[in-house]
Design a protein around this ligand. Sequence first.
Ligand code: BGC
Length: 748
Amino acid sequence: MFNFIRLSALFFFLNISLFFAQIYKNPSENIEKRISDLLNRMTLQEKIGQMQQYNLWEMNDKVLEEVADGKVGSFLNAGSKEDKIKLQTVAVSKSRLGIPLIFGRDVIHGYKTVLPIPLGQASTWNPDLIKKGAEVAAAEASEDGIHWTFAPMIDISRDPRWGRIAESCGEDPFLASVMGSAMIHGFQGENLAAPNTIAACAKHYVGYGAAEGGRDYNTTLIPEGELRNIYLKPFQAAVKTGVATLMSAFNDLNGVPATGNNFTLKKILRKEWLYDGFVVSDWGAVSEMINHGFAKDGEEAAVKAVNAGVNMEMVTENYKTHLTQLINSGKVKVEWIDTLVAGILRVKFKLGLFDNPFGINPSKTTLTNTNKKIAKEIATESIVLLQNRNSTLPLNIDKINNLAIVGPLADAPADQLGTWSLDGNPANVITPLKAIKKEFGHKLKIYYSKAMETPRSNDRKYFNDALEIAGKSDCVLLFLGEDAMLSGETHCRAFLNLPGKQEELIDELSKLGKPLILIILAGRPLTFGNVANKVNSILYAWHPGIMGGEAISDILFGKVSPSGKLPVTFPRTVGQIPIYYNHKNTGRPPSPNQLGRTLGTPENPDGYASYYLDVDYTPAYPFGYGLTYSSLKYSNLSLSDKTIKLDDTLQVSVSVTNTGNFRTKEIVELYIRDLYGSITRPVKELKGFKKIDLAPGESRKVKFSLSAEDFKFYDINMNYIAEPGEFEIFVGGSSNDKDLLKEKIILK
Ligand code: BGC
């Protein structure tokens, strides 16, 4: 009887497999079986073809031939939707095995509905909202046949000189992990094969944000402990979240370029984290290993990248040119090539491309009101109120008759989009000028002067216009900062002040004695300590995307309270960089009585501590900082226990009360400090946050729970452990001591 059942089962499966002779084409087969069936059928050339990604700006016949010959596995950019259909049709119907292409593109902060830059998105501290933003981006991009985005960028960025800080989630490993994972969830959804989802790519693996001098592509030196405790954290979280792909970075990490780095790509990513998706090199990063002086030529670069585990080469053609020969000579093992190609095929199968190769989202959601509403919500929550003297904001519309809107960024649609907005169209942007005129134009007399041709202008020829309209107004809204082209890839700065003649403009306007509101649009933290005391209020709006104007207007006029908080420390001056909240204490920590000293008094130093003679050691604005229109009181920090064991969970709660008269959201932050350890530990580490909504007078108990996992770190021997000892637990509204309540626990 048993044999009979076995035989019938065998017969049944034989039949099925005869029916679907090509297992890899059978959608009901298990993906791993489909992969191995397909690999068995592929020639070496076809395998190498899968590892090649081309950039394509313009369709041409040569490329179509290569697709038909199975010599390319992926494109980035790849023209219009029609071009993609054409390429894919050739891939699936003319190439020998019909393996579909995967089309990638930099959908970094929204597609056509451009959202705030990622650094702005991180300022919302609202992962649910950020996830929705990525869903919008994925749905819109997949309408155009894009299968894969090169986002999120989760490089820890402690250096605002670096232009790419704009693309990051800031300086903190915990916040970047939470926000990066939210983006991945949003892009990929529950099911990669669904028509409205796309594959994500965690980049740039790894250490890219630590470029020396904040200069793009520069050397990075990160000790292993720091790498594991800080820089790798968001990538580990991304892998846990199920990110489909990773991108290997340009930088040389501790002497080994990230794109040929066995330690990070093989040992950590594949062996420790068991990653089975695929890694694409950054643009030309395989060839750049020659410039790094890490490879003699393209052949050696190919060996090093392949053997480290870079599955796909972006743009350059070292794999295509050299891999056959390298396999023949035994420098690269064919079994390893199979593993790398399997990684690529796995993602293509998961995306459903073998069954539905075009992967085009049929629903028409691009730029719908729903999408714009999400973009506006993100922009609104991304805006950080840095200063609000005498509660100048929100503006009371009943007390203003004449309003001056001044500055080169009040009506600069393209700049509002920020860096990496390939598919954004300035025509879809609502600028602050447009939004304010639309909403209040019938109630107020609104004057507008650009004052400067661009944010970088060095002449004062329009200053008089600006001063004239400001002079006849009750209030001045001044829109300054950086144009989009000042931030992003390669757009690094050695000076972080407001560019051009902006400070002089502030100077002149401030002399009028009118309420002066400074709204800064920028791709990075800027230094503006010289002028902060000349304006009443400062709103930091980043590059806020297409709906930024409405978001700013709503905040200025009090429809909603600002609720963003900084995901990165704002230095007082470039000379303080690197400056970040989770630093070490040092043997000679400075103390608050060393603050506010007369500058430049070397003959009178205030003790031998770690500070500067010529500027305070504290930042201009700390990580986690941001004001609201209300006032908040934190009280009753309570812990479930004062002594905990490794397997215990510590319950932490705090009461937060809205003591002002404005409804607001508030971000409640939880930090820990491991007071002593087998290695020195940061003075604070963010371990949790909650964003809550409070009506005036309302009080809420906010709860967190901490487990041993939250107290762990990599020790000197790279063991991931929590060490017994004393810990401080802080809860409050920023990383600054004065905004935090504190308790102590003992971990046994
Ligand atoms: C950037 C990547 C980007 C790639 C493709 C590179 O220059 O570093 O972040 O995804 O280009 O456009």
